[in-house]
Design a protein around this ligand. Structure first.
Ligand SMILES: [Zn+2]
Length: 278
């Protein structure tokens, strides 16, 4: 098997140390085995994605000495593909239209047990208000779409984790319904991250998905999606998260930790690797 990994940033800000760590781990894993490494631009949110940041990402990766195979894939150019998948597999996904606002969902949950609002990897666990509605492609993707995992089948899902939490992770459809719920696959206007990510990883034949531990719980969603769509499951490697001096996970606002700043201050790519311990 040829190992294929990817680095999939959103062009909404500068790459920082955390991104560099992810890109290096992913790149090195493929190169060590004579495999392939791809770069994918996750620019679904067109209001926040900027060409300027995309160019900066390529420039920083290049500076870090990370080369990638194949032309870069941009999710914004694949919207039609995601729509096709939703239309084709609407039954398998248990797809339904959801017209609830955030407030509607909160209101449906707050009565009568206010304290029981549960948060899953896709946000508040959906109370099921619109579950009776069906999906029709004639509605031209005007409303949000959610998937519903049927409980009568009582399926067992699993994925193989190779990172620091190395294990075979398994969970039932019942557990998924309780702790994750009806996941949004289409937002008003564009596909949700989970859908695009799973479709792209499958179609790009990614064998090992390398990313931060912050996405560990979301992998349950990706596993259910892969199963419903009949896609082959990749292996997962969720790496540790890079934190600042206060132990907080680095975010886009951490300009001081941006690769660009390190470059300006005269750091070499090898210094960044030393700093990250990789
Ligand atoms: Zn709804």
């Amino acid at each position: 098997m040829t190992i294929i990994t990817r680095f999939a940033p959103s062009p909404t800000g500068p790459l920082h140390l955390g991104h560099a760590y992810s890109a290096i781990i992913s790149h090195d894993m493929a190169r060590k085995e004579g495999g392939k490494f791809y770069v994918r631009i996750e620019d679904l949110d067109q209001s926040r994605s900027k060409k300027r940041w995309e160019n900066q990402i390529f420039d920083d990766l290049d500076w870090l000495g990370l080369s990638w195979d194949e032309p870069v894939v941009r999710q914004s150019e694949r919207i039609g593909r995601y729509k096709n998948i939703l239309t084709k597999f609407s039954k398998e996904l248990g797809l339904f239209e959801c017209v609830c606002s955030r407030r509607d969902i909160k209101n449906a949950l707050s009565a009568p047990h206010e304290s029981e609002t549960l948060l899953g990897p896709d946000g508040i666990i959906y109370p099921g208000t619109c579950r009776g509605k069906t999906f029709s492609s004639h509605l031209k993707f005007k409303n949000a779409l959610r998937m519903h995992v049927k409980l009568n089948e009582n399926k067992l899902f699993s994925f193989c984790e190779l990172g620091p939490r190395k294990n075979e992770i398994s969970f039932s459809s019942e557990e998924f319904a309780k702790t994750v719920g009806d996941v949004v696959l289409w937002r008003k206007g564009y596909p949700a991250y989970h859908l695009a990510c799973v479709v792209d990883d499958f179609e790009q034949k990614i064998t090992h998905v390398v990313r931060g531990l912050d996405l560990f719980d979301a992998t349950k969603i990706h596993t259910v999606l892969n199963s419903s769509l009949g896609f082959k499951k990749p292996f997962y490697y969720h790496h540790r998260l890079i934190c600042d001096e206060n132990g907080k996970r680095l975010a886009k606002r951490h300009d001081s930790k941006s690769i660009y700043k390190y470059r300006q201050e005269g750091f070499k790519p090898s210094d960044v690797r030393t700093l990250l311990g990789c």
